[in-house]
Design a protein around this ligand. Structure first.
Ligand code: S3P
Length: 450
């Protein structure tokens, strides 16, 4: 949780942890707030005229790094109480005195580059070791086409110095990779461009930017055809303040859901966002035979919510089609763990993008399973897991998390269902996306210790 002294810092657990099999996971919890929507709320509120209130913000290291950067760019950002923040926007962002350090956050750095590009300012963006190894050209190239000037380290990496421009040109762009971060960066820059900026996605990625933008007064339209999405933003509209409540995160909810499945328990997770662009894991779990009730539970920030009850199920292996990848891009590590407890083979294809995440998540997920006695096949852009059925995952391995939060949580969940305890080498990064992970797991009866 954020501290009173410095609202932008998070205290979490650190060091190695071991998860072991205990009673089946059981209980009820509220889904952790969504990371993607939390970043966007800070960014839109930070550019809007007036004072916005954000309720249920995810107080994770990634999101708070974005909040701190927005403050450095000129907004007033303050924490009122748990999850409640007030942001008085600066309709004209200024050059920050110091570098904007986005820590581990790809979403934070890429969206902020887009948002900052439309102002007359110069900003230097930095990040931790993992973020500094990730590609930024995918965002800087289209921003350059719009008129922003940038300088990056070798290979288009951080640190990046970006010189924005008050009079960007609109572009009509089809990103070469399926990435909501790229789409969002262009749309955010397009808010200040002359004319209509168009982003065309052959396979739609998460559309939270498109959904939240109009709440703050932006003119954004979306056209869908089959699985494709075209987003159009008209530049020049000024943004106004708004009050938003953050929906629950389907990517974080995947971990308690998985705990129910691998331990044969029963868990109710409340307030999970069901946006189809984020719900691919749950569709896949259904196909695997998961016993799940999904009941509508209102909406938040224009996103539909549901309460998800999930219980012990006889799971079978399935083929997960490549076109589903954008809707569950962060869920492959935990799905590969669940697949190990299913009967039969799960084939996950079209996963090249996983190699450009917080770690090479494709190789690291494969290594996680292999270290715990699960048979897999690793291809350039695919992972095949040969599930042995419940009760037959050996475990006993040491998982190298490579500073990747989702690998750390996936390794621990595997340990909850495996015959032998599973140790992950470092859990500090879990606070980047799910600072309540250990409390939630303990509430379900999970045994995770030093
Ligand atoms: C995110 C988009 C995804 C995802 C990340 C959050 C976002 O990245 O992996 O955790 O909030 O836009 P890509 O869009 O680069 O695939």
């Amino acid at each position: 949780m954020a501290s009173a002294q410095n609202p932008f810092s998070v205290k979490g657990q650190s060091g190695a942890r071991t998860a072991r099999r205990a009673a089946p996971a059981a209980g009820q919890l509220r889904a952790a707030p969504d990371k993607s929507c939390s970043h966007r709320a800070f960014i839109f509120a930070g550019m809007a005229r007036g004072t916005s209130r954000i309720e249920g913000l995810l107080e994770s290291a990634d999101v708070l790094a974005t909040g701190r950067a927005v403050a450095q760019l000129g907004a007033e950002v303050s924490r009122d109480e748990d999850g409640r923040w007030t942001v008085t926007g600066a309709p004209d962002w200024r050059s920050p005195d110091e570098s904007l350090d986005l820590g581990n956050s790809g979403t934070g750095v890429r969206l902020l580059m887009g948002a900052a590009a439309r102002f007359n300012l110069t900003a230097r963006f930095t990040g931790d070791e993992s973020l500094s190894s990730r590609p930024m050209a995918r965002v800087l190239d289209p921003l350059r086409m719009m008129g922003a000037v940038s300088e990056a380290a070798d290979g288009g990496r951080l640190p990046v110095t970006l010189k924005g421009h008050g009079g960007l040109h609109a572009i009509d762009y089809t990103p070469p990779v399926a990435s909501a971060q790229v789409k969002s960066a262009i749309l955010l820059a397009g808010l200040g461009a002359l004319g209509e900026t168009i982003v065309r996605e052959p396979h739609a990625t998460r559309d939270h930017t498109e959904t939240m933008a109009p709440i703050f007064g932006a003119d954004v339209r979306v056209i869908r055809e089959g699985g494709a999405l075209t987003a159009i933003v008209r530049g020049g509209r000024s943004l106004h303040a708004a009050d938003v409540r953050i929906p629950g995160d389907p990517s974080s909810a995947a971990f308690p859901a998985a705990a129910a499945l691998v331990t044969g328990g029963e868990v109710l997770i409340e307030g999970v966002m069901t946006n189809p662009a984020r719900f691919g894991l749950y569709q896949t779990l259904r196909e695997m035979g998961a016993d799940m009730d999904i009941r509508p539970a209102g909406e938040a920030a224009g996103e539909a919510l549901a309460d998800i009850a999930i219980r012990a199920s006889a799971l079978k292996g399935v083929d997960v089609p490549p076109e589903r990848a954008p809707s569950m891009i962060d869920e492959y590590p935990i799905l590969s763990v669940i697949a190990a407890f299913a009967e039969g083979t799960t084939r996950m294809t079209g996963l090249a993008e996983l190699r450009a995440k917080e770690s090479d998540r494709l190789a690291a997920s494969a290594a996680l399973l292999q270290a715990n006695g699960v048979e897999i096949e690793l291809l350039d852009d695919a992972l095949i897991v040969h599930g042995k059925g419940p009760g037959s995952v050996t475990g006993g391995g040491l998982v190298k998390t490579l500073h990747d939060h989702r690998l750390a949580m996936s390794g621990l969940v595997l340990g909850l269902g495996a015959a032998e305890p599973v140790t992950v080498d470092e859990v500090a990064m879990i606070a980047t996306s799910y600072p309540g992970f250990f409390d939630d797991m303990a509430a379900l009866g999970a045994v995770i210790g030093a």
